[in-house]
Design a protein around this ligand. Structure first.
Ligand code: NAP
Length: 210
């Protein structure tokens, strides 16, 4: 199976790339800065380009069976790009007949009060008031995935850490998360591999708790 990985240069992206390669998957990654993937030189195919570049996105997806999106904004959150990039990826997937899409957003994205403690919901409200364009962009990213007509799964981890793999991670649509909740990027990557090998969460929006 060949995987198109978007956001490979980030913390989760690097864990996912390592986990995929470790399990024998072929990987194509679109990166703004190819040098960020030097640790994987020769192990995966790097396409250098922007997420808004339709040609580069198409080239990345060509020959792939699955798409994984783990990109997201950096501070100071002035780059608003996730919804547009996701729309470009979805459009290209349809053109190429790539059907499976796994997209990571976060527990703080969107309108999910039932999954959040009161304190976390308060934090989300404050964050969204401070970064309204970002909040709209990420909710729109989720909407695009859900309405894509693809075999999609949305991953909504809480605060991400650099900890080890937790095989017993809790995953679910109804999982309650709080301000102290966390999940390691390595655990997310490990879970992703299992989901690729045995798809069982198609059409689900999943929360995680290490
Ligand atoms: N950090 C957390 O605690 C946390 C918690 C829950 C959910 N999340 C979400 O989980 C996902 C992965 O998080 P992470 O912390 O592992 O990622 P990260 O290390 O912040 O990496 C972000 C990735 O997005 C790319 N990116 C950022 N701005 C971009 C732009 N304007 N155009 C194109 N690419 C851009 C980065 O590329 P460059 O290397 O080129 O900048 C990088 O590959 C994100 O969606 C994030 O929002 C994060």
């Amino acid at each position: 199976m060949q995987v198109a990985l978007f956001g490979a240069s980030g913390g989760t992206g690097q864990c996912v790339a390592a986990a995929l390669l470790g399990e024998g998957f072929k990987v194509k990654a679109l990166c703004r800065n190819a040098a960020a993937m030097d640790d994987f030189a020769g192990e995966l195919t790097i396409i250098q380009g922007e997420l808004s570049d339709k040609k580069a996105v198409h080239e990345t997806l060509c020959g792939c069976d699955v798409t994984i999106c783990v990109f997201g904004p950096h501070l100071p959150y002035t780059d608003i790009f996730c919804a547009e990039a996701t729309a470009v990826i979805v459009e290209s997937m349809h053109k190429l007949g790539v059907h499976r899409l796994i997209c990571q957003t976060g527990a703080m994205v969107g309108d999910y009060p039932d999954n959040r403690s009161l304190a976390l919901q308060k934090m989300v409200d404050l964050f969204n008031n401070r970064y309204p364009a970002l909040a709209v962009d990420r909710s729109e990213q989720e909407r695009i995935v859900r309405s894509s007509g693809l075999l999609w799964t949305i991953l909504k981890p809480p605060r991400l850490t650099t900890g080890h793999v937790n095989e017993e991670i809790e995953v679910g649509c109804d999982l309650p998360v709080g301000v102290l909740s966390s999940a390691s990027r390595a655990t997310i990557a490990h879970w992703l591999i299992r989901e690729l090998q045995h798809p069982s969460h198609i059409g689900e929006t999943l929360f995680f708790l290490d």
